[in-house]
Ligand binder design. Structure first.
Ligand code: GTP
Ligand code: MG
Length: 219
């Protein structure tokens, strides 16, 4: 019974994701969905990203949280359109929440839409938001075994961002092993290493966005 209900919810979500995908394609909006455990640095990465972009960049952000508006407040300082989606306890964003959040935005004015999912390495995996790519963040304080313990999100994500590399001297995190583990569940997976406090690795991340957005537009 539980399985049937879950399947029904997911197939409803898939229909709405198709609607979103069509809207993104029509307006040439490139959409990425950032997923990680709580505290891996999704908002920090977005803060550094916005700082690196010209003020004229046509980017917008949706950020999911169980309860607070903290992340939207942090991101709003950069001056780009940002909206918080507060799920009230739900551990993931779904396509209906994205449709509702976008209702009063003119997509024609947006080139790139960043979606920060609720901090959770499991639930967001199953929900298609009509995005072009899911991106998984893994911070070095979480342990190099996480790709093996939570393989679904690593298998489905196009890019893995290993964040907080400034902490590598202080934590027992085997970087080579983490990369090997990610590529064991997702052969050939692209991996970028970042520090959002020391502002390292941002260029590789920004050029990934550029390259992937150009690919999406060419379709
Ligand atoms: N040392 C270090 N700390 C970082 C880095 N990136 C983020 N942090 C810190 O990690 C904490 C969590 O960062 P957030 O950006 O809030 O993480 P998040 O993934 O958005 O968290 P949730 O939205 O709660 O899931 C904050 O105290 C950040 O300052 C980094 O590269 N290095
Ligand atoms: Mg956050």
């Amino acid at each position: 019974m539980r399985v049937e209900v879950e399947e029904k919810v997911l197939s409803e979500n898939d229909k709405l994701a198709v609607v979103l995908r069509e809207r993104f394609a029509r307006h040439k909006v490139f959409c990425v969905n950032l997923i990680s455990s709580p505290g891996s640095g999704k908002t920090a990465l977005l803060e550094r990203t916005l700082e690196a972009l010209p003020k004229t960049a046509r980017v917008a952000l949706l950020t999911g949280d169980l309860q607070t508006e903290n992340d939207a407040r942090r991101l709003a300082g950069a001056g780009f359109p940002v909206k918080q989606i507060t799920t009230g306890g739900t551990c993931h964003l779904d396509a209906s929440m994205i449709i509702k959040a976008l209702a009063d935005w003119d997509l024609a004015g947006i080139d790139t839409l960043f979606v920060e999912n609720v901090g959770n390495l499991v639930c967001p995996t199953s929900y298609d938001l009509g995005e072009h790519a899911k991106i998984v963040l893994l911070s070095v304080t979480e342990g190099e075994d996480k790709p093996l313990k939570y393989p679904s999100i690593f298998a489905i994500s196009e890019l893995c961002i290993i964040n907080k590399i400034d902490l590598l001297p202080y934590v027992p995190f085997d970087l080579e092993r983490a990369i090997a583990n990610a590529r064991q569940v997702h052969p050939g997976m692209e991996i970028v290493q970042t520090s959002c406090t020391k502002v390292q690795g941002l260029d590789a991340w920004l050029s990934w966005i550029e390259r992937r957005r150009a690919q999406a537009r060419a379709k």
